[in-house]
Design a protein around this ligand. Structure first.
Ligand SMILES: *Cc1c(COP(=O)(O)O)cnc(C)c1O
Length: 368
């Protein structure tokens, strides 16, 4: 039996008929760029996130960029974010003209460490981007407090956290804006590229809506320099179908994580992911820490069990950003964790047998 890292086909098979009907409606309406299917999804997704507004855009990377632009972040500014994120978080900052400042993460949650934020604040700092990595929200209460004290914006990178909660609040409803990716492999995945920004701020929402549609207030009346950052109509229709199942899928991932946790408990040299108090982790990724990571990955591969690394190089050491940062030693926790991280297969349709097989293989490798 094979254990793939992710199985998009299994999920599609369960939705085939429903998706086909909705895609046909988009064709019949020729509603291809933005339009009613996107508007319907925006309404439903805002409600799902407990936020006032959701604005559909072309990708998660674009969502981050649109939110920063909407908040007025630009050249000369600095934006603080987590050193262990996917490169898109940094790229979105760079393409406003601002400079990303990478700081270290907490050893057990793998999220931005609030205790390390204030030392990184300068008179150029404009915003903080906590990344809800692997599907668990960052420690938002102290982050919001620090932001308030220093008059900074908080933009949640919730690309991996659709439906995650922190003290009962959903991802995307706590910061000034929340940014989501619907890349096909995310917990809520489109059938192509898509993203969204959520916010409770009416003015910011209006500005971002205008920006993503060439800065128009009405057709061909451009009040600001904008961009084409609209969501595709087909993606709106697909996401509307899939959103109804997201809570169920997230619960399935949580149950799988519990099974992994139980099977992998008490093994020397192995750390399973920690779920923080009053947090609802949605396990976009299930990462473990081991010493002999590369050898473990090879061993799993020999048995047809896939695994991954999220992510192999900390941002302050990555080619695109290394020259602007301080090299090894800048973020000791990230640097210590990175070579030991390995992500095990995780998706809603994963079976109990596949989890048991994967856990057995990990155990027999570590006890060899
Ligand atoms: C996926 C992801 C993004 C980018 O989203 P895209 O839709 O691929 O552009 C940004 N940040 C994080 C943390 C992600 O996982």
């Amino acid at each position: 039996m094979k254990v793939p890292f992710l199985d998009l086909k299994a999920q599609y098979q369960s939705l085939r008929e429903e998706i086909a009907v909705e895609l046909q409606k988009v064709l019949d309406n020729t509603a291809f760029a933005g339009g009613p299917f996107v508007a319907e999804f925006e309404k439903n997704y805002a409600e799902f996130c407990q936020a006032k507004h959701a604005i559909g855009v072309g990708s998660g990377t674009e969502a981050l960029w649109v939110a920063l632009i909407g908040l007025g972040v630009g050249p000369g500014d600095e934006v603080i974010t987590a050193d262990n994120s996917f490169i898109a978080t940094a790229e979105a900052i760079s393409f406003t003209g601002a400079r990303p400042v990478f700081i270290d993460v907490d050893e057990s949650s793998y999220n931005l460490d609030p205790k390390k934020i204030e030392a990184a604040i300068t008179d150029k700092t404009k915003a903080i981007i906590p990344v809800h990595l692997y599907g668990q929200m960052a420690d938002m209460a102290p982050i919001m407090e620090i932001a308030k004290k220093h008059h900074l914006f908080v933009v949640e990178d919730a690309a991996q956290a659709q439906g995650a909660e922190y003290k009962g609040q959903r991802a995307g409803s706590v910061g000034h804006a929340g940014c989501f990716s619907f890349y096909p492999g995310k917990n809520l995945g489109a059938y192509g590229e898509a993203g969204a920004v959520t916010t409770n701020d009416d003015e910011l929402a209006a500005r971002m809506r205008m920006f993503r549609d060439h800065g128009q207030s009405k057709k061909y009346h451009h009040d600001m320099v904008g961009w084409n950052a609209r969501m595709d109509g087909f993606q709106g229709a697909v996401l509307n179908v899939k959103l109804k199942y997201l809570n169920g899928w997230n619960n399935a991932r949580r149950a799988h994580a519990q099974q992994y946790n139980d099977l992998l408990a008490g093994i020397e040299g192995l750390t399973t992911p920690a779920e923080m108090d009053s947090s609802r982790h949605i396990y976009h990724i299930y990462p473990i820490l081991v010493d002999n990571r590369d050898a473990l990955m090879d061993y799993l591969k020999q048995q047809d069990i896939a695994s991954g690394i999220h992510y192999p190089v900390p941002l302050h050491l990555t080619g695109a950003y290394a020259a602007d940062h301080q090299g090894a030693g800048q973020c000791p926790v990230t640097e210590r964790i990175t070579p030991r991280l390995v992500s095990l297969p995780m998706y809603p349709e994963l079976t109990a047998e596949q989890i048991a097989m994967t856990a057995d293989a990990v155990k027999s490798f570590l006890q060899k």
